[in-house]
Design a protein around this ligand. Sequence first.
Ligand SMILES: Cc1ncc(COP(=O)(O)O)c(C=O)c1O
Length: 391
Amino acid sequence: MTDTQPIPFARPWITDEDRQAVLDVLNGYILTHGPQCKSFEQEFAEFMGGGHCVSVSSCMAALHLSYLHFGIGPGDEVIVPAQTHVATVHAVEWVGATPVFVDCDARTGNLTASAIETALTPKTKAISVVHFAGIPCDMPPIVDLAQRYNLRIIEDCAIALGARHQERHVGLFGDAGCFSFYPVKHMTTGEGGMFVSRHPDVSQAVAKLRAFGVDRTHSERTVPGMYDVPSLGLNYRMSEIQAALGRSQLRRMSVVLAQRALQFDRYRTLIGHLPNLRLVDTGDAESRSSHYCASVVFEGEYANMRNQMVERLNAAGIGTSIYYPQPVPRMNYYRNKYGFVAGRYPRAEHISDHSVALPLGMHVAEGDVDRIVATLERSLAESTRGKGLTR
Ligand SMILES: Cc1ncc(COP(=O)(O)O)c(C=O)c1O
């Protein structure tokens, strides 16, 4: 890779095997309700090392189904991180429950049990944790807290496929785990997601809820076209085309995770010795991150240089993103509904306003991380020169 070749923030890794898998489905006649989704669900559970999986149309769908299934609704409160994607919170809103925002830990960007506990009220019914940037939350104390207060845990694992805490895959600590296969994620099905639960009865019920609430799948129908509908449901199904792509992608996940881990280590080495730059990173040795992105927080005298650095990096052909662009309570919908006071979620606000997410993944070639960090260093030096800022 040359010094001028663009490095996008993220790019799906599509191989000939992926194309063939999709083509095989198109060359057949079963485009939905078929064996690909069933196999994808089984293989995903094998990859995680447990759980009962239900393929769905997106992570947001999996989150929505979780709250619907557990009967969480008006009058109930759900603890949510201020630092997350809106989908985490929209799912709570759609069932009519009230999100209660909690600030994150500065180092990991994750919720902690102690912060959650301060926000509990008699109305709290569930905790939604997000494994930020692929870094697993410290789950044992959160599980302990949920047991003490009889709360559900919904894990938003949208950007944490492959992340483990004490060797257990995220999504298998709480009552439900929700994954995303949106194109910039570790693997993709175009759009798509997976609902996971440790409890087979929960997954069976969610599978029905995902498909109109009908009482039997196509393969369970003795008379074609004959079924009943004992409950309300939605259509949040995944197609066979998507599942075939997902199965093919899943087979390469160990390669993807290993490559991301190596690249993240390189970021750690290069950024670790630079003053006023901090990589959002795991908080303990028992956590294995899935290294979704390298989020760099500008601190101290660099604190206000984020936007300028984004411009510089982009101009040099280096793609960036921001995780997440605003704490959710500051987004207009939530600000208008619940009000927002600046400084209320200082750590989430700090990450949103002062960080940039740098590329990781199969499209990042050898030497690219060095080029990215060198460009950042050079840009910081050029921008601070003449302003009296020193390093
Ligand atoms: C934490 C989190 N949750 C949920 C989502 C939504 O995922 P999907 O697009 O599959 O609904 C995202 C998307 O980036 C996310 O980052």
